[in-house]
Design a protein around this ligand. Sequence first.
Ligand code: IPD
Ligand code: CA
Ligand code: CA
Length: 271
Amino acid sequence: MTPERRLAIAIEIAQEAGERIKQARQNADFKQSYKYGSELVTEVDVAIDEYIASALEEAFPGEARLTEELSPDRDMLNQEGPLWIVDPIDGTVNFAHGQHHVAVSIAWAENGKTRLGVVHAPFLDETFTALRGEGANMNGQPITASKAKRLEEALVGTGFPYDRDARLPLLRRLQLILEHCRDIRRNGAAALDLCAVACGRLDAYYESTSPWDFAAGLLIAREAGAKAGHIYRCPDGIPPELYGENLLVSAPDLHAEIKQLIERADSGQLH
Ligand code: IPD
Ligand code: CA
Ligand code: CA
């Protein structure tokens, strides 16, 4: 099957999932609970994961799937062969609070390299897509990342983990970013933050997230011309494209400076 055909099927599945997400919110009586102690999950997250898993299985029988709710086994990242990486609802807290930054994220990787990505935002009517080596689109139109050159002009997105203890050290980063850049945004859906970098709405984004949060959006941002990398060296044995600790994705000319700023913040040099 051609990559174009694969992408077309992934888009159809993501958009159908989006319709189901919108319907579920209209009904507004979904149950909410917590996983791993602090992570909010609704029954809609699970139902959408089930729908996407069965649709992918029907279209691509036997291909492995790493999905946030049903099969979050990260060991899959090191396996050879094809791998679907799915976040059924990115922005669960937004979804539960009636906010609009919510997305379905579907990526397809082969031997550790992401080949295609779809991020569909059902409440915003925006579908971001990319095929490796072919550029990135929003609703079928090409998009390009910001070409900002000065930190003072940079609008920077980030996010915070569910674990409250892990949030505190990140305040130092906020302090330096707020001191040197235009402002910060915390929109609540990592996949959409990456797409915002891809279409120039954000000049940079940094966070530590899980593969399902960023796999599709990272490809979309890179294909749109953003510079993607990690603040610290990636460990051996994990494909760097699927490693989500300390990601930094930005306008190319801002990358080195923001990386330095974050390194300074992490080492406590706040002045
Ligand atoms: C979360 C969102 C959020 C990010 C968190 C993710 P979820 O995903 O992407 O923006 O800051 O790190 O866990 O739980 O809504 O799928
Ligand atoms: Ca997510
Ligand atoms: Ca999710």
